[in-house]
Design a protein around this ligand. Structure first.
Ligand SMILES: [Zn+2]
Length: 285
């Protein structure tokens, strides 16, 4: 099982691998550039080489970058679209340069212009900026909570973006357990998870689903609100989290915590807790 948390790579990728290991993690997420500004740290070749050694040393599996929140592919200003094109192209190449497997993207916000207009703008940016092939790297559209004018709050919307972009092999999907619970998928019941897979299979398809953000939710089922909670302390609770950890297919994905912590050591506590729940439950379902 690949289980980890969102860490910083500002001190270097090898250091992040070591930190992950110290937290009991064997994968991690990181921002592909400053999440609120936009400036990017270049990864020197020596760091990329040291990263390959470190990930082997610490047994780090597929990693899951996250693009900044300041990029909005569905924005309606030319400057916003230009910035989005630049960030998608540059970040993809940078992540690819060190062999990063995945990078997640919030598809964007249509800012009141409607989903159709927003999806068209997202597709325009992806067609221009997303490489059509890569030996290592995929851009993953994140399943959003569907609040406000967010694009990507349902599987049909994500499938439409993928199809209209021409379904390149470099484009996939990242699940988020908090957001999906907010969409109405009840992880606390077998029926809820069955419905999730039925919807995945008839829209984006399982092959494109490559990672999951493992978060509990502060709000109840179907709230369409995006407020993460620590594992077991929200509406998914221990039962919902365990249904993911024990699921024969979901448990094969890199599972990355983005839960609210003041100190990353708290991720270590949560990861240990998740592992203990899994052990006492008897492992995979
Ligand atoms: Zn996200």
């Amino acid at each position: 099982m690949w289980l980890g948390a969102h860490l910083s790579i500002s001190g270097g990728l090898p250091e992040a691998a070591q930190t992950a290991s110290e937290l009991g993690a064997n994968t991690f997420a990181y921002f592909t550039r400053n999440p609120r500004g936009g400036s990017a740290r270049q990864i020197p070749a020596e760091e990329a080489a040291a990263w390959q050694t470190a990930r082997a040393t610490y047994g780090i599996g597929p990693t899951v970058g996250h693009m900044p929140y300041t990029v909005n592919l569905a924005g309606n200003k030319t400057s916003v679209q230009t910035f989005a094109r630049m960030v998608v192209a540059e970040d993809f190449r940078r992540v690819e340069s060190f062999g990063g497997e995945y990078m997640c993207l919030h598809p964007g916000s249509h800012l009141g212009d409607g989903a159709e207009a927003g999806i068209e703008r997202v597709v325009d940016v992806l067609k221009d900026a997303l490489p059509r092939s890569s030996a290592t790297t995929m851009l993953l559209l994140e399943t959003m909570a569907g609040s406000g004018s967010e694009i990507g709050g349902s599987f049909p919307e994500l499938a439409e973006i993928i199809d209209r972009t021409g379904a390149p092999p470099t484009l996939g999907v990242c699940l988020d357990s908090c957001h999906l619970f907010s969409q109405g998928y009840d992880f606390t019941t077998a029926a809820g998870i069955d419905r999730l897979f039925a919807d995945v299979d008839r829209t984006v398809g399982r092959d494109r689903v490559r990672a999951m953000h493992l978060n509990d939710s502060k709000f109840p089922l179907g709230s369409h609100k995006d407020r993460h909670e620590k594992l077991g302390q929200g509406s998914l609770g221990k039962a919902g989290v365990l249904n993911i950890l024990r699921h024969p297919w979901l448990s094969t994905l890199p599972l990355v915590l983005e839960t609210p912590v003041d100190d990353i050591k708290e991720y270590g506590t949560e990861i240990a807790l998740a592992k203990s729940w899994l052990a006492e439950s008897g492992g995979l379902a």
